[in-house]
Design a protein around this ligand. Structure first.
Ligand code: ATP
Length: 375
């Protein structure tokens, strides 16, 4: 689709092998919907920046094409693409004030009356009152907002952001995440944001592509990726997950029944939430997030409602961290499980050494293929 806002960004079979023979991006297909806030998330070296640079035209793909809407931009140089990039190093001009830094792109195009546009842009990033300051007189977060304003002044169809918050401290980074999200909603253009920080990607993006070794491992809305990861890599990259190895014993209605390996008991998993083969005897890695598990002292086990999955164990360690307490539990089969309990009413019996029952709603689990994807 081509519209005033440029249409979707479409990568088809795009790959990059550098001159030294190293393949940073394996052939991948990716569509970034027009107007979305899209995050490329992955560990250092997985190929996120290379992918971004191929969209910008700063890196020539080895194979494949880049489309913006209906336009094939693969062979266009960066300055001819309706795309702009914000880098981690703000790259502001130190000798120019904030107004002139933002005006730069307009002046370079020979536009004389820049005042209205620059002031609108400074209002958008809430820096109007600082326009006569030099970059070194601003905080890191403010400088980054100038860089965003400067990149937006020429109305690109797509804004690429390469770890733009990487140099900021944690508190400022959180503020800027919300700020960038607000700016994206206001201007309505496509943002493609590269980060290695899962919380940042989940806070800001509508859609996240998790990259691993030059491939897109999984793509989806943050909640889908978190609640329904397709691999242990994605499950572990987006937070902490427990994995319990279990054998399929049969099915009951929409659920699979499983027996935990090396422990007593029966577990239930909705069949629709299992990406592993579901035939009896198959091995499944049942994933459950630490905050989805409730902990009861063994003496209270009879009070646990029916229909909950349950395992027994012993508290090996506990850490009080204010809003929650994080427990490390040694399960019956010798496995280690993490449980995060909200500190609403703390049970003083839940201390290291205590025998406990872990229980959770089967709908809050996911099943992965134990054979293909050992945790
Ligand atoms: P980071 O967060 O550390 O920037 P990234 O996921 O963005 O990581 P890329 O910068 O895309 O990763 O790099 C992917 C891989 O390609 C890395 O192993 C990197 O060393 C390699 N690489 C990047 N640029 C070149 C180059 N010009 N020549 C050879 N290899 C390169």
């Amino acid at each position: 689709m081509t519209t005033d806002n440029g249409g979707d960004v479409r990568l088809s079979g795009i790959s990059k092998t550098y001159d030294n023979g190293f393949t940073a991006v394996r052939p991948l297909d990716l569509t970034v919907p027009q107007g979305s806030f899209f995050a490329l998330l992955g560990a250092s070296g997985c190929g996120k920046t290379t992918t971004l640079r191929m969209i910008a035209g700063l890196e020539e793909p080895t194979t494949g094409t880049v489309h913006l809407g209906d336009q094939d931009v693969t062979s266009l140089p960066p300055y001819k693409r309706p795309v702009n990039t914000v880098f981690q190093s703000y790259a502001l001009f130190p000798h120019l004030d904030i107004f002139e830094n933002v005006a730069f792109g307009l002046r370079r195009r020979g536009i004389k009356s820049v005042k209205k546009q620059v002031e609108e842009m400074l209002d958008l990033v809430q820096l109007g009152e600082h326009k006569r300051k030099k970059p070194h007189q601003l905080s890191g977060g403010q400088q980054q907002r100038v860089a965003v304003a400067r990149a937006l002044i020429n109305h690109p169809k797509v804004l690429l952001l390469d770890e733009p918050l990487g140099a900021l401290d944690l508190k400022l980074r959180r503020q800027m995440q919300l700020e960038l999200k607000r700016i994206q909603t206001e201007v309505g253009i496509t943002f493609v944001h590269v980060t290695h920080d899962q919380e940042e990607a989940m806070t800001m993006a509508d859609t996240v592509a998790v990259m691993n070794q030059g491939r897109v491992e999984q793509l989806g809305a943050p909640t889908d990726l978190y609640e329904n990861p397709g691999s242990t890599f994605v499950a572990n990259f987006l937070g902490t997950s427990n994995f319990i190895e279990a054998e399929v014993t049969g099915s009951a209605g929409d659920d699979l029944t499983l027996r935990p390996v090396g422990a007593d008991g029966k577990l239930t998993l909705p069949t629709a939430r299992c990406s592993a083969p579901t035939t009896a005897g198959g091995r499944v890695l049942l994933g459950v997030r630490p905050e989805k598990i409730s902990l009861a002292h063994a003496d209270d086990a009879t009070a646990i409602p029916d229909g909950r999955n349950r395992l027994t164990g012993r508290i090996a360690d506990s850490s009080f961290i204010g809003v929650s307490t994080q427990y490390v539990i040694e399960g019956q089969a010798g496995e280690t499980l993490e449980v995060y309990a909200q500190n609403i009413e703390r049970d003083s019996r839940l201390a290291p050494g205590a025998e406990v029952v872990l229980h959770w709603n089967p709908a809050h689990t996911f099943g992965l293929d134990a054979a293909q994807d050992a945790a």
